[in-house]
Design a protein around this ligand. Structure first.
Ligand SMILES: C[S@@+](CC[C@H](N)C(=O)[O-])C[C@H]1O[C@@H](n2cnc3c(N)ncnc32)[C@H](O)[C@@H]1O
Length: 255
């Protein structure tokens, strides 16, 4: 596995990277297999049939389970998102970190490889299986904890974290569920804690993909009790667009 080879090569067996640049180097190395992998694996991409934003989220979970059962979904790039690596390099994570809708686990693994304590949740068992399998091939200390979980039902989880990462999850929810999402995320974040959110933006006009959201739409549920600290136009890498999808990276701080 490239990550393991890179870790062994760069840091010696069993040594985990300590510094941001080491971590991002490692994650970049992990991506070198992407082009080769694309050629040999089946990519599940059912054209314009995107997961709908559905109140309650139950239908969504069924939809996402089907996407994972169908093979490799377009968002599973098998390396961390560049924007997440940028945030790590900039020192914008504080542990413990909660990764919402972690998918196949690459962002959580990148964070754990930089020494952060990470809890990563997803409601789809197949996503968690892939994530655990990847993490088990690395000697991460502490390893990320992959749990079944729902971003719309966090209050009872008992979690208390300093940073929440959302890489392409918020935009799957309906307006009503986005309001609920903001309340649930607020319930597990400490005061002063941050939510880093990556969402498809209105500038992305190509299919397939989820809802496209403007900065105003994304910010609406975070009006009271939050400060928007940063909003940056960026790209969300996927398997169907060579240049990535137009996206927003936004940081909200809980008051
Ligand atoms: C577009 S994928 C993004 C995966 C990962 N964060 C990434 O960037 O590679 C959205 C993920 O959200 C998960 N998901 C769906 N409904 C969810 C919910 N209610 N709570 C948390 N995650 C959910 C899906 O199973 C899927 O893994």
């Amino acid at each position: 596995m490239p990550v393991r080879r890179a870790a062994g090569f760069l840091f010696g067996p069993g040594r985990r990277p300590r510094f941001a640049w080491e971590c991002s180097w490692l994650a970049l190395e992990a991506g070198f297999g992407k082009i080769h992998d694309l050629k040999r694996r089946k990519i599940h991409s059912p054209g314009k049939k995107n997961p709908p934003a559905t109140p309650g989220g139950k239908v969504l979970v069924r939809e996402f389970s089907a996407r994972y059962a169908g093979g490799i979904p377009p968002w599973q790039i098998d390396r961390a998102q560049p924007e997440v690596l940028r945030l790590i390099r900039q020192g914008k994570f504080q542990g413990p970190v909660l990764d919402l809708g972690c998918g196949a686990g690459d962002n959580a693994i990148a964070l754990a490889s930089c020494g952060f304590r990470v809890v990563a949740i997803d409601p789809v068992p197949e996503a968690l299986r892939r994530a655990r399998e990847k993490a088990s091939q690395l000697s991460l200390d502490p390893p990320p904890e992959f749990r079944t979980g729902n971003a719309l039902s966090l209050a009872k989880s008992g979690l208390r974290v300093a940073t929440v990462l959302d890489s392409a999850v918020f935009h799957i929810f309906s307006d009503g569920d986005q309001e609920r999402y903001a309340r649930e995320v607020g319930s597990v974040l400490v005061s002063g804690g941050r939510l880093h959110l990556l969402s498809f933006s209105e500038r992305e006009t190509r299919q397939p993909g989820p809802r496209r959201l403007t900065l105003q739409q994304i910010s609406r549920p975070f009006q009271a009790g939050w400060v928007r600290e940063e909003a940056v136009r960026c790209r969300y890498e996927d398997l169907v667009r060579a240049d990535g999808a137009h996206a927003w990276r936004i940081t909200f701080r809980k008051l």
